[in-house]
Design a protein around this ligand. Structure first.
Ligand code: SER
Length: 319
């Protein structure tokens, strides 16, 4: 039987593409999209939609009962850069929403939960190259702290209350449909927009800052795959390392220049440099590959080609 799904944060960067994908797999009637406001009219108008504050337990419960939801994808969160500006708001949003969903699962209102973690769970003392699944984790951002603590609680709810919660540590996600907001890896999306609009990008990270990244299609595939995998194949109930590619701003600029030879880049690092410096450069995701057959498809050249082609289509004056 098809799951009856609620997506919280369905208008955001990942939520919006996940909503479209889940509607195409399970049918429009099976997927309720929700967000705190009507941020993305394509999502609002293309199926069931509810205004929902992820921190409001009562409204969340009413929505879950109204639609007889059994599976929740909790995509609402405050990301790393914004979190440093509003630490307590980031803590409240990221933790309260998770506890509400985990408790609704514990109480039997829902059966299955997807909650994303992030490479931000790692910190300055973590080995930076091919960061293993199990390693030192001392996150130095509020966002990273919420994700690290969240992972502990997910595992706890699985062990103590048998809550079927599944999670992956997303790297920076690159997409052309919806803009990211408030993250440190956002440069890798902005750069493509500016390459087409201004032929120049001033990067807030230094040229050699290598970070793990992934094209949106791969991130959505990972999310669908881990949720469709048989429960016994999910052997890690905190969150899985997940990787596709790693690159620096300079490498993205070079790959853009192959298609747009006039493109130039400058570097003006800001407070986000410290955040990026605390994160891994590359991730070992063998467990995800072995346990539930994770495979990525897009490398940097593939990402650049998809980004430029699709952004040109969206704004025809660029072509
Ligand atoms: N993309 C996120 C950020 O930069 C990391 O998970 O905050």
């Amino acid at each position: 039987m098809s799951p009856k799904i609620l997506i919280i944060g369905a208008c955001g960067q990942i939520g919006s593409e996940l909503t479209v994908k889940l509607r195409s797999i399970y049918g429009n009637d099976q997927v309720v999209a929700s967000d705190i406001s009507y941020n993305n009219l394509d999502i609002v108008n293309s199926g069931l939609f509810e205004i929902l504050d992820a921190q409001d337990y009562a409204s969340l419960k009413i929505c879950i009962e109204k639609y007889e939801i059994d599976t929740v994808y909790l995509m609402a969160a405050m990301l790393s850069a914004t979190g440093e500006k509003y630490p307590m708001k980031a803590w409240d949003l990221n933790m309260n929403s998770l506890f509400h969903v985990l408790n609704l699962a514990k109480e039997g209102f829902i059966k299955k939960v997807f909650w994303p973690s992030s490479i931000a769970v790692f910190g300055p003392t973590t080995p930076k190259i091919n960061t293993p699944q199990y390693t030192v984790m001392e996150p130095s951002t509020v966002y990273g702290i919420t994700k690290q603590v969240g992972e502990r609680w997910c595992e706890y709810y699985f062990n103590k209350y048998n809550v079927d919660v599944r999670s992956i540590r997303y790297p920076g996600i690159i997409s052309y449909k919806t803009l990211p907001g408030g993250g440190t890896t956002d440069y890798a999306v902005d750069i493509y927009h500016k390459a087409l609009s201004d032929s120049h990008y001033d990067c807030f990270l230094t040229e050699g800052t290598e970070l793990p990244m992934m094209f949106m299609d791969d991130a959505i595939k990972a999310t669908v795959d881990i949720m469709q995998a048989p429960a016994e194949s999910i052997k890690i109930r905190s969150a899985y390392n997940l990787a596709a590619v790693s690159f620096t701003p300079k490498e993205v600029a070079e790959s853009i220049k192959k298609q747009l030879p006039d493109f130039t880049i400058s570097y003006t690092p800001d407070f986000r440099q410290d955040i990026a410096d605390s994160w891994p450069k590359s991730i070992d995701d063998s467990e995800a590959r072995n346990h539930w057959n994770w495979k990525h498809q897009f490398d940097l050249e593939g990402i650049t080609s998809e980004m430029l082609t699709n952004l040109k289509k969206k704004t025809p004056q660029h072509s």
